[in-house]
Design a protein. Structure first.
Length: 207
């Protein structure tokens, strides 16, 4: 089915096409956004465009935890008030943002950049696992909290990490199961996620 919107301006049509590249944005929503921008002062639209271009060109990834940053070391890793003895391992940057919103965790993070998923062609070598092992061996880490999604892929990744870390003198824990099986951290409410972190448990591998 052809879902194209017939427009009288090729400029507007191009803008709509570009906006539909955003996740969850269909042609109607894209047209609504484009028309909204047309009604804004040109200065506001230019600021929006420049901020997006600047974000894409200048954003960095923390050399320590892989979080997005304005500098080589992110503000979390450089914050002396954080608890450097614990590293929370997450799948994505969005998970860091979700956990930070709970105000229940004050340690450091490690963003894997995904989870092991053979069906999607994602193997351990595609993730930031070697960096995590290096941190566990060099930093004053006492606990590694595995805060991955409660899915088959998340469980597989947690078990893989456990096998890689079990010989290190660190406690390996997981968030409590307030987060249901199959749930993504990004879509878990802050209260439930916060309690899951507070009530974290030792990781027990299924053997």
């Amino acid at each position: 089915m052809d879902n194209r919107v017939n427009l009288t301006s090729s400029l507007l049509e191009n803008a709509v096409e570009q906006l539909t590249m955003l996740p969850g944005i269909g042609k109607k929503s894209a047209l609504r956004f484009a028309m909204h921008l047309l009604n804004q002062p040109i200065e506001n639209v230019e600021k929006l465009g420049q901020s997006i271009i600047k974000l894409r060109r200048e954003i960095k990834y923390c050399s320590n935890c892989n979080m997005i940053s304005d500098s080589p070391l992110c503000s979390l890793c450089s914050d002396k008030k954080r608890d450097y003895s614990i590293i929370c391992v997450v799948e994505s940057i969005r998970d860091v943002i979700s956990i930070e919103k709970t105000n229940e965790y004050r340690g450091l993070y490690h963003v894997l950049g995904g989870i092991i998923s053979p069906m999607d062609g994602i193997s351990p070598s595609d993730l930031k696992i070697d960096n995590l092992i290096s941190r566990a061996s060099k930093e004053p880490v006492k606990e590694i909290l595995l805060a991955l999604s409660a899915s088959m892929e998340g469980e597989t990744t947690s078990f893989y990490l456990y096998r890689k870390l079990k010989d290190f003198p660190v406690k390996i824990s997981v968030i409590a199961r307030g987060v249901g099986f199959g749930d993504e951290l990004e879509f878990t409410d802050e209260l439930t996620l916060g309690k899951s972190i507070i009530n974290r448990q030792p990781f027990i591998p299924n053997t």
